[in-house]
Design a protein. Structure first.
Length: 335
């Protein structure tokens, strides 16, 4: 069988490799044309796989002695040549895997994507782009950057918009994606000089259907298809939204289980509550693609559990299935 192959760096995340391994086994059971190459300390991985049911043909291993820790920096991607993150990136670079997924440290991962699998032509800075659920049924919003770069100049932000525009069209099948710039107000005069210059660039770019500025409270409204911002602001926006959703779901649960009468009434609405929880629980949307590099690369939260890793692996699989990089290159006129 011609397998779709994911190089899965299972070392370096906060919760150890057990959640990563369990998530991989779950997805392998669903996708028979998928092969996962577990990259890390082979003895620990095989021990975690004991008593698990899976097709041995869908699994491979690459043993590594080193780990990129959460405290490591950019330089460690060059120092730790036998780390699971470096080896997984090399598998993708060399065509032995179609994509990489990791829950490891952000800065070394971005550096590795740039140094090992390289950037797309004309792209100076890659960006992290997660998918954000919205209030509109079956509609999502793409948010970038959410942490690959702390600062971005107007030209970078324009490139982010172009990449997300291409992704939205080719992968999400949105005919004319509405693209907005995250700002403190909707007026063109709002924000820093970077915001003002970016506003003009996006407004005057004929390839972009520019909506204008958008405030963070409307990111999940479904008004737009893409929200562009720098990585510092985007990361805070994403985590604030995740925290709010988590707290709100907790409060709803507390409220409906407060009395016996409420519990009985809630049983009739259990399906509806579960649908809302599934839609807005950030664990179900935990993965972010690295846009701007020449191969498919996904980053999951460092604190990922089984649900989060499963969601990220599923997004990675779908990106391979939809030939994301080729579609991006075609849309951006990159050879």
């Amino acid at each position: 069988m011609n397998y779709k192959k994911i190089a899965f760096d299972v070392m370096g995340s906060d919760n150890g490799l057990i959640p990563a391994v369990d998530a991989a086994i779950k997805l392998l059971g669903e996708q028979k044309d998928l092969k996962i190459i577990f990259v890390g300390k082979e003895d620990l991985i095989k021990n975690a796989l004991k008593n698990k049911k899976y097709n041995i043909e869908q699994v491979d291993f690459l043993d590594c002695k080193e780990i990129i820790e959460m405290t490591d920096g950019i330089i460690d991607i060059r120092r730790k040549k036998d780390s699971s993150m470096v080896k997984a990136l090399e598998l993708v670079r060399d065509g032995k895997a179609d994509a990489i997924t990791t829950g490891g440290a952000t800065a070394p991962f971005i550096a590795g994507c740039i140094f090992i699998i390289k950037r797309l032509e004309s792209i100076e800075r890659p960006a992290f782009m997660p998918v954000i659920p919205t209030l509109i049924k079956d509609k999502v919003t793409l948010l970038l950057d959410v942490g690959a770069n702390l600062e971005s100049d107007p030209e970078d932000l324009e490139k982010f918009a172009l990449m997300a525009n291409a992704y939205s069209k080719s992968i999400l099948k949105v005919k004319e994606p509405k693209i907005a710039l995250l700002n403190i107000g909707e007026e063109p005069s709002k924000g820093t000089e970077v915001h003002k210059k970016t506003y003009e660039l996006l407004k005057n770019n004929s390839q972009i259907n520019f909506y204008g500025n958008i405030e963070s409270r409307y990111v999940t409204s479904g008004f737009v298809d893409v929200v562009v911002t720098d990585g510092y602001t985007g990361n805070m926006t994403l985590k604030a939204a995740e925290g709010m959703a988590k707290n709100l779901l907790f409060e709803i649960k507390q409220a409906i289980t407060k009395t016996l009468f409420r519990k009985l009434a809630a049983l009739r609405l259990k399906k509806a509550f579960n649908e809302v929880k599934a839609k807005f629980d950030y664990k179900n949307h935990a993965g972010a693609i690295v846009l701007g590099v020449d191969k498919i690369a996904f980053k999951s939260h460092g604190s990922s559990d089984v649900i989060s890793f499963y969601a990220t692996l599923k997004m990675t699989y779908n990106a391979i299935k939809n030939d994301v990089i080729s579609n991006l290159k075609t849309s951006l006129n990159i050879k």
